[in-house]
Structure formats: structure tokens, C-alpha cells
Ligand binder design. Structure first.
Ligand code: MG
Length: 168
């Protein structure tokens, strides 16, 4: 049986991952409306990844004999001033998610739950990738700022991203 403190924290993390999915889907809707189908595609893949994260925590908690309790998912933002504003928020959001994962690790260390600590290592690596990918796109957006052709080239590049479920 998993300890109640970790059970609660993992339930909160499931909610945070599903909120992330919802936020990226909302950002995708913003890009759809702007006619930037590649950016919208990138966000849709991000949406799928976050659902995968949520399900990974769901499966783990169930496996450890915990009770998954789903809560309401907050309403995501729907409007941004520019693609740069969107990716500034993505970078900020992923840093926040990293702090949540770090906090979960702290709890697993305090509670001497080595299995959970080991399970969380995958997320540590994943967050490094998430933060780097978001920062890359934000940098590229800053480089092409004001240049429509550059933005369209970036859009075409982001159109090629596909979701491949990571091998756990
Ligand atoms: Mg995530």
C-alpha cells in the first residue's frame, strides 16, 4: 500500500497533468484560429503527451494499491497576445510542472518510498526535454519576430511533429 501523503500528492499530480493537457489543447485552438496549423499540431501532440503523463501516474497509483480520485480540471486560458506570449507561458508552465515533480520526489524521500522515487526519475528526464523543447521554440519565435515568412517556416516545421507514446 502506498502511504496516504503520497497518494494525495499523486492524485494532485494526475490533475496537474490533465490540466496541462487542457491548457495545450486551448493553446492549439488559439493557433487553429490564427491559421497556424503547424503550431496547432504541436499543441495537439503536447495535449496527447500530457494525457499520457496523467495516465502514467494513474496506472502507477493503482498498481501501488492507491485510490485514484479525479477532481475538477481548472478552466484554461483562451486568449493570448501573440505566439511569443503563448510560448512564454509554455516555458513558465513547464518550469512549474518541474517544481511539482521535484516536490513529489521530496515527499517520496521524506516518506522513504523508494519505489515512488524510482518511478519519478522518468519524469525528471521528461521535464528536461519538455523545458528544452519549449525554450527552443520560444527562441526561434523571438528570432523571426515580425517576419511572416520566418513564422510560416516555423509553422511548417512544427507540422511534422507526431505523438509517439514513450517506451516506459
Ligand atoms: Mg506533463
Amino acid at each position: 500500500m502506498i502511504n496516504p501523503k503520497l497518494e494525495k500528492a499523486i492524485n494532485e499530480q494526475i490533475n496537474a497533468e490533465l490540466y496541462s493537457a487542457y491548457l495545450y489543447l486551448s493553446m492549439g485552438a488559439y493557433f487553429e484560429e490564427k491559421g497556424l496549423a503547424g503550431f496547432a499540431n504541436w499543441m495537439r501532440v503536447q495535449f496527447e503527451e500530457e494525457q499520457f503523463h496523467g495516465l502514467k501516474f494513474f496506472g502507477y497509483l493503482a498498481e501501488r494499491g492507491g485510490r485514484v480520485l479525479l477532481d475538477a480540471i481548472d478552466k484554461p486560458e483562451t486568449e493570448w497576445d501573440s505566439p511569443i506570449a503563448v510560448f512564454t507561458e509554455v516555458v513558465k508552465h513547464e518550469a512549474h510542472v518541474t517544481s511539482l515533480i521535484n516536490n513529489l520526489i521530496d515527499i517520496s524521500i521524506e516518506e522513504r518510498d523508494h519505489a515512488t522515487k524510482s518511478f519519478l526519475n522518468w519524469f525528471i528526464d521528461e521535464q528536461v526535454e519538455e523545458e528544452a523543447a519549449a525554450a527552443d521554440i520560444l527562441n526561434q519565435l523571438k528570432l523571426v519576430e515580425g517576419d511572416g515568412r520566418g513564422l510560416l517556416m516555423l509553422d511548417r516545421e512544427l507540422a511534422t511533429r507526431v505523438f509517439t507514446p514513450p517506451v516506459a
